[in-house]
Design a protein around this ligand. Structure first.
Ligand code: NIG
Ligand code: FE
Length: 405
């Protein structure tokens, strides 16, 4: 198929480069009055000026085309929303207070245990259709509302089935250590044993996870417990991407570096020396501004991270407790308004850099020959107009794997 009559394509890549860091985050290559050739679901050529001949043509009607977003941090498989806790927070309770009363992640775990795998799958599939339609073309999904063998496997099987549905490519992350379940109250080490000795081996033998994650946070899992889990994961061939520094900084970023983690995610608080660790390592920092927005907590100092010469990735953290937000166009706006990212920087953080954070950079994240034809068609004149309208999704339609939806 030849896509023609495109006013501008953003995010074109003619030679592959690594993850964008520091000042290169502000560079977005574009082409005006352009066309894209798509064959067998892949981009085979693109350019401007003289168009190649093709019988099957799609008229972009002067729209802007950009690569689909990549969402590298979500908890998309969950049973129900948690509106009650939302109202409790409006009345004055904090996220941490709600969790300490048995709400929060444990609330979601209780509800998920009641739901069959098929029901969970159907719900998550509907959600993923909305996600895809909003502009996302590849996604990561975590477990972590199971918290026992049966239910963690159930969640990860659902994530695998979602990948097999072919809606968008899915990477799965085993987050058994998301919270300490009620049965292990006061015995976090006992639960860590269960995660390492009982759940992880099953996850690995069924081939259900690409990565391992831990909520490294006060009241959840400390440094020693996080280290044990990450080491066990590494032994089984799972690299880590961890929840760290959301509320407290106590050495988790340094531990992630020692454990050769792929990414450190959240980072609302940076401890002394954390920025230096990011500068001297290949850890990928991931900011989740929709979580900061929804919980009214500080935003990750993304401006400082980029100005220190580091890479930055943005993701939704879509989940029922801290971020019921999946639309990355809104995350784009938040990053610009609240974290002072330039639109070009936020665009790279949501596309090519996010693809690197999922090791999907050969597959998606830019418009390049050989990559999947995952494209968003926008009714805008220029890229800056995406974050400029925070509550208006301007994606007219999308192409996923070469199919117009
Ligand atoms: O990334 N911080 C830990 N986990 C999720 C929230 C999970 C929940 O509240 O259900 C997060 O914000
Ligand atoms: Fe999260």
């Amino acid at each position: 198929m030849l896509i023609h009559n495109i006013s501008k394509i953003y995010g074109v890549e003619t030679k592959t480069s690594g993850i964008r860091k520091g000042s290169s985050m502000a560079e977005v290559d574009s082409l005006e009055n352009a066309w894209i050739l798509v064959e067998n679901g892949r981009i085979t050529d693109f350019g401007n000026g003289v168009e190649p001949e093709h019988t099957e043509r799609h008229d972009a009607q002067g729209m802007v085309v950009a690569p689909a977003f990549v969402d590298c941090h979500t908890h998309l498989v969950f049973a129900t929303g948690r509106e009650g806790e939302f109202v409790d927070r409006i009345k004055g309770l904090s996220y941490e207070e709600i969790a300490s009363r048995g709400g929060g992640i444990l609330n979601s775990a209780g509800r998920l245990a009641q739901m069959s795998e098929d029901e969970l799958f159907e719900q998550a599939k509907d959600r993923l259709m909305y996600v895809q339609r909003s502009g996302t073309g590849a996604i990561e999904i975590k477990s972590g509302y199971g918290l026992d063998v049966e239910n963690e496997l159930k969640m990860l099987r659902v994530a695998r089935r979602l990948n097999d549905e072919g809606i968008v490519p899915v990477r799965s992350t085993f987050l058994g250590a998301h919270a300490v379940p009620a049965a292990f109250k006061g015995d976090t080490d006992g639960y860590v044993d269960l995660v390492i000795k009982e759940i992880l081996p099953e996850v690995v033998s069924e081939g259900l996870a690409d990565y391992i994650d831990v909520f490294c946070e006060k009241g959840y899992f400390d440094l020693a417990q996080t280290k044990r889990i990450l080491e066990a994961g590494l032994k089984q061939g799972l690299r880590s991407r961890i929840h760290v520094n959301q509320f407290h900084a106590f050495g988790g970023v340094d531990l992630a570096k020692q454990m050769n983690a792929l990414s450190v995610e959240h980072l609302e608080v940076l401890g002394e020396g954390d920025l230096e660790v990011l500068q001297e390592s290949d850890l990928i920092p991931v900011a989740l501004p929709a979580c900061s927005f929804f919980l009214s907590i500080p935003y990750t100092p993304a401006r400082e991270i980029i100005d220190a010469g580091c890479a930055l990735v943005l993701a939704s953290d879509f989940n029922p407790g801290s971020s019921p937000v999946f639309d990355l166009n809104f995350v784009f706006s938040l990053a610009c308004v609240k974290q002072r990212l330039l639109p070009n920087e936020a665009f790279n953080a949501l596309t090519i850099n996010a693809a690197h954070a999922l090791e999907f950079e050969e597959e998606c994240g830019s418009i390049a020959k050989g990559k999947r034809a995952d494209l968003n068609f926008y009714t805008i004149d220029n890229l800056d107009q995406i974050p400029y309208y925070p509550a208006h999704n301007q994606v007219s339609h999308v192409m996923r794997g070469g199919r117009i939806l």
